[in-house]
Design a protein around this ligand. Sequence first.
Ligand SMILES: Nc1ncnc2c1ncn2[C@@H]1O[C@H](COP(=O)(O)OP(=O)(O)O)[C@@H](O)[C@H]1O
Ligand SMILES: [Mg+2]
Length: 255
Amino acid sequence: MEPILTVSHLQKYYGSRGNITRAIDDLSFSVQPGEFVGIMGASGSGKTTLLNCIATIDTVTGGSIVIDKQDITRLPRKALSRFRRERLGFVFQDCNLLDTLTGRENIALALTILRRPAGEIERQVAQTAKLLDVADCLDKYPYQMSGGQRQRVAAARAIITNPALVLADEPTGALDSKSARLLLDRFEHLNVEQGATILMVTHDAFTASYCRRILFIKDGRPFTELIRGNDDRKAFFAKIIDVVTLLGGDSGDVL
Ligand SMILES: Nc1ncnc2c1ncn2[C@@H]1O[C@H](COP(=O)(O)OP(=O)(O)O)[C@@H](O)[C@H]1O
Ligand SMILES: [Mg+2]
């Protein structure tokens, strides 16, 4: 099968001569359709930088990123925003819902922009809301929802276009453990039942334990990789903690 994402010799440097931060330094990996992959690493290791490059939010210094057969580092600006809108879905730590829109309107946003017929939007919103367990949030405004509900509404909004790739940066970062579990449970469901391809950045071992494969990065370079295989989540969690310890972090918080 052809990968949905191929990152080749990616470099992303910040600053200018004499004061350069090599946030990403020669990183290569690929993701197959239907995978649920985690990116882990200590704070400052380049996780967000990597995700922002893949998300087409940030430009790269060198290397290439091919998503769905398109090298997005070479797409002109207009084609890029279209590609982002139609092929990618994003879930960030602060969910960025629009405060003046209801849950329904927030979830429908991408389809509204694509000018899909009202009936189709209605159907898709209902189906996606059910999938993420936020059917009771459709008529609420973000301030009337819990943090966990807001984050699941954001996830619903991200996947309603059926994106080739769902990108999540610390999606559980602002959630209590029960809400985190619920969101991750829904991610797992999307991956297993809907075949969604998910790339999730996290510093948290529990969150990462929901992934099927984890790439660890250190100082913008690959460190090691863990594959879940037949391990249950608990066994996988223990292996993740081992790598985290090897990386030099305290098991939970620092990394
Ligand atoms: N806009 C920026 N300008 C300069 N340096 C940056 C910028 N964004 C990130 N960095 C630096 O790049 C490195 C990686 O940061 P980041 O990708 O945010 O790490 P992580 O998400 O793993 O915590 C850090 O050293 C950070 O200070
Ligand atoms: Mg980050």
